[in-house]
Design a protein around this ligand. Structure first.
Ligand code: XMP
Length: 407
């Protein structure tokens, strides 16, 4: 089984925007590949057990003993195929199915009879990770779900339903009050992110420490997280907290079964494992959750209002059959109140902004052209059904210069 997946190509990325795209293409052509930045240690580069190398956007003489392909920005679908199949003579046996079977075996070998804990967020990556590990070691896995109070409508209930049905041991921690107390009056986006990230680690650690026999910590790190963190040239625009953080104080060994997969590959593994379509194809959701979608200072009341508006928008997008073609569709609350009238009385209420974007990798994005009738319907429902909102706007800003999230 090892061999079927480990027909490996090394992609050396010379810091160009299409490095990851080339890696994706190689995998679409059913050959497994890994990416390293060109300025990684030469020893690390030479230690990769590969049968061919693709240098993307530059070259340097490393003295490889396997075939090398140089690609500049004029590369095609065809260059790569010829290299893989005519020059390197790959067999093309990489599939997500082979990966799933291999990982289940690898997890069994790594974890053995030891206990393992996992922070389950309900997002695609940690859910697939949980399902994979549960297949491999069953009851040795305990998933910890921290309800930060910043989740979407019914999210904790849905996670509990899906994983309890599968027989996964799941501990739900209600930490809403802790998070909201700390966030009281904080309106600076970076401060909010730092508070949420730090408190998440604290709550998770407090719980994880109770599992005295646990030797492993599972994380749903995926490949783009690693590539981006390893890239010395990537600028931090917002402090994400996907890679690192958790393991430091816990003295646990890491188990990261999806760390070599791109997002769409993680999804295919999720389908392979029978996770529900709605979970596997759920739009990305930022780690700090609604904390960064309640623009300005947040409180439970604002969060509840946002949850309702967001649920209505997403429900209508689903009903219109648009959900799976959209990268992200969500609602945010702005720190602006405006005047309205309800039942003949003056009101002074929140502003909700709807955002729906198309993207391939979240690095760039453009607004979805949602039919105006649908927008009107969503706005009508939000204004009627959610008390506390007086105005609904639609955001048509592309990324760049705007980011996807407002904070
Ligand atoms: P931006 O707003 O930077 O978002 O254009 C790019 C993508 O990343 C998501 N996002 C986050 N994901 N932790 C995450 O795990 C975060 O702190 C975070 N902030 C933004 C965002 O939803 C979009 O998909």
């Amino acid at each position: 089984m090892e061999n079927t997946v480990h027909e490996k190509i090394l992609v050396l990325d010379f810091g160009v925007p299409y490095g990851q795209l080339v890696a994706r293409k190689v995998r679409e052509l059913k050959v497994y590949c890994e990416v390293l930045p060109y300025d990684a240690d030469t020893e690390e580069i030479m230690a990769v057990d590969c049968i061919g190398v693709i240098c993307v956007g530059g070259n340097k003489d490393y003295g490889f003993k396997v075939p090398v392909l140089d690609l500049d920005e004029n590369w095609t679908e065809e260059n790569i195929k010829t290299f893989l199949y005519d020059v390197v003579k790959c067999k093309g046996t990489w599939t997500e199915g082979a990966y799933t079977a291999m990982m289940i075996n690898a997890i069994k070998n790594q974890v053995g009879d030891n206990e393992i804990v996992l922070g389950l967020s309900g997002g695609v990556d940690s859910s697939v990770c949980a399902a994979l590990i549960h297949e491999a070691v069953g009851d040795k896995l305990t998933c910890i779900f921290v309800n930060t109070g910043l989740m979407r409508k019914n999210e904790p209930q849905e996670v509990e339903r899906v994983f309890s049905t599968r027989g996964v041991k799941l501990v739900m921690i209600d930490a809403e009050k802790r998070f909201l107390d700390l966030l009281k009056g904080v309106d600076d986006p970076e401060k909010k992110r730092k508070i949420i990230g730090a408190e998440f680690i604290k709550v998770f650690e407090e719980e994880a420490k109770k599992y005295k026999n646990a030797k492993f910590l599972a994380q749903g790190t995926i490949y783009p997280d690693i590539i981006e963190s390893g890239n010395k040239h990537a600028e931090t625009i917002k402090s994400h907290h996907n890679v690192g953080g958790l393991p430091e104080h816990l003295n646990l060994e890491l188990c990261e079964p999806v760390k070599y997969l791109f997002k769409d590959e993680v999804r295919k593994v999720g389908e392979e494992l029978g996770l529900p379509h709605s979970m596997v194809w759920r739009h990305p959701f930022p780690g700090p959750g609604l904390g960064v979608r309640c623009v300005g200072a947040l409180c439970k009341e604002r969060l509840d209002i946002l949850r309702e508006a967001d649920a209505i928008f997403v429900e209508e997008i689903r009903n219109a059959g648009l959900y799976d073609d959209i990268w992200q569709a969500f609602a945010q609350l702005l720190p602006i109140k405006s005047v309205g009238a309800r039942d003949g009385k003056r009101t002074y209420n929140e502003t909700c902004v709807l955002r729906a974007i198309h993207s391939k990798d979240a690095m760039t994005a453009k607004p979805v052209k949602i039919p105006f009738e649908l927008l009107e319907k969503v706005a009508g429902r939000i204004l009627n059904e959610v008390e506390g909102i007086n105005r609904v706007l639609f955001d048509i800003s592309p990324k760049p210069p705007a980011t996807i999230e407002w904070e």
